[in-house]
Design a protein. Sequence first.
Length: 750
Amino acid sequence: MAIDVKDVQEAFQDTKSGWDENYKTAKADLKFQHGGSQWDDGDRNAREVLKRPCLEVNLLPQFVRQITNDVRMNTPAINVSPVGGGADMATAKVLQGLIRNIEYTSSAAEAYSNALEYAVKGGIGFFRLDHDYEALDGFNQQIFIRKVVNPFANFIDPKSIEDDGCDAKLGFTIDGLTKKEFEELYPDADAESFDKDDQKSGSGALVTVAEYFHIEEEEKQAALLEDGTVVEYAKGMDGVKAVRKLKKKKVYRCRVSGADILEETIFPGIYIPIIPVYGEVTWIDGKRKIKSLIADMKDPQKMHNYWASLETQILMMQPIAPVMAEFGQTEDFADDWNNPGNASVLRYKGTNALGEKIAPPQRLNPPVTPQGITNARMTSAENMKQTVGMYDDSLGQRSNAVSGVAINNRKVEGEVATYHFGDNLNRSIAHGGRVALSMIPTIYDTSRVVRIMGEEDSSEEIGINGEFVAGQKQAFDLTAGQYDVRVTAGPSFTTKRQEAAQYLQTLIQAQPELVQIAGDILVKNMDFPGSEALADRLRKMVPPNLLSEKDRQANQEEDPEKIELAKKLQEASQHMATLQSALDDKTAKEQADIETDRMRVAIEAEKAKTDKYKVESDVELRAAELHLQATAPKASAGGTAKAAAPSSGSAPPQSGAEEEMLSIDELRNLLEQRTQKKMEDDAAAAEMQRQMAEQQAAIAEQEAAKEHGEKQFQVELVSAVVGAVKELTAAVQTPKQVIRDDAGKVVGVK
């Protein structure tokens, strides 16, 4: 769709002029509430010239905080319900959990409370919805809720009449960029401001850029078929029951400077994502008039400042009360009398101009604050309370109400007087939920895993659009079905649980017998490790007729046979676990014995082999020694013949004695080798025996350590159970004192 810069600027000027009066009033109220501008310039200058105090005793913030902090304590919650088009409750719960996760990741509570603060202080505030990538390196997008810190830079359709702005057809957000930032973002565009008035007002150092949202509607004909389905109508269709025109909305988004269309996209959903939060709205002559909480408190606040300043001025004069003296009595010592604090002695003339003796100067009584001024100051403070309907009980101050019921009734009346501020916020948050629902089918349109949050701030991951996670039984299609939202306001889950625990403790303190029928509920609402497990055990002590169907099923109290069967199954399971443990121990021991026997057999075999080598070596060595003894004479004779041989003149052939000597040398070498082998085998056998002994010692040590660990674990387990039982008994039986505040509300137990 082609967009012209001039058309956008004309639309902005019309929108801005439609809000001009309300925005001027809102800015003035914000400045007044903040302080520093609660005096008219003329009155302030006149008092400063006369060096009179010009005080601002700002009483407004306490009234503002009573409303804004109450909303912080009672966080509104968005609930999703199915409407039609194939919607179901399970998918509605997933959408609700997804929106809660969006609120959590966006710090939406801060955005909501910020918008309400501007509405209370100035009459109007905003928060926004947007979308962006989940991660820097991913393509999945996520919805975010943004805080708006400058409501006067946001404008929605002035023709919108709904208190949540759901019928707005356009919206603007003005942003200021430095020239350098603008050129980095848009190097091909002219650095010309979009808002010419803003440029003339002195902020020309910034280049204003407008983010412009506008809705275009396209008409289409839809046909209702006889089977109840709705399709786009075409001439000649069969089975058409009815035909009507439908309007399809599309939200265009663009960024515009004073000269160029910088960006242009389509925003997901069908609503303008700028959500207003109004103060008190009144329509006069077709024009919206917005009032803040402090609008009617400004005049009483000015009165309070004036009377407080006048009272202070009078009190400042008391230390310097005037002195009455006769003419000429102090003129000679004027410096001392003008600054009496600097003079240790105040001198005077004891005679008058006629020389007659006169009495010394006398200090007059200091000025007294008129009671009327004090009453007027106090009355102005009361006028501020009356203008908004918030009295001492609503502000946490002591009043003439004595009973807790009377105090609470007055407090409720004060909350009713300002209820419209919180109610307007709830309506805007509900519309924010609808905007998010309209964006979800586009942003979460692929198969992916998303994180959702439950009512108790517990989170889990769910597969959507065809994706599944472990244990997920149902598919959730977030692109189909029609859903709506509503907002419930009340204390957060943590606060409600703590309050419930306090009330139950007080009730059980008065009637201890209730522990038998409500002890599980009390413990469940407490915050300590193991509270859920203890609550489950206490629930089994509650009579079956007092339990819900779900709790009876959990306890199996409806069928005694199931209880007995479960008991037997539990005993059998424990017995099986004991047998399995014993079997595991026996198997491990048998394996160790088998390994030991195997090593023992190997050692015996090696020993037998070594003994065999030893016997064979001894036999062979003995045979060699006998052989040497038998062949020694032959060797000697052979030596003699060999000595006489040279005289014959020729070399005789080699004798048989020499051949025997060579065989004996070889035999000796063999014996030496076998002797060395025997020594090595003996060493290996000794090493194997040492290893076996070490292994047996290690097995014995492990068995001893295991037995000791089991005994130690049993001792620690018994001690822990006994300690927990003692603590629970003491917590239930020990008398406690209920602590109440001045209003009679229970604030603690000790």
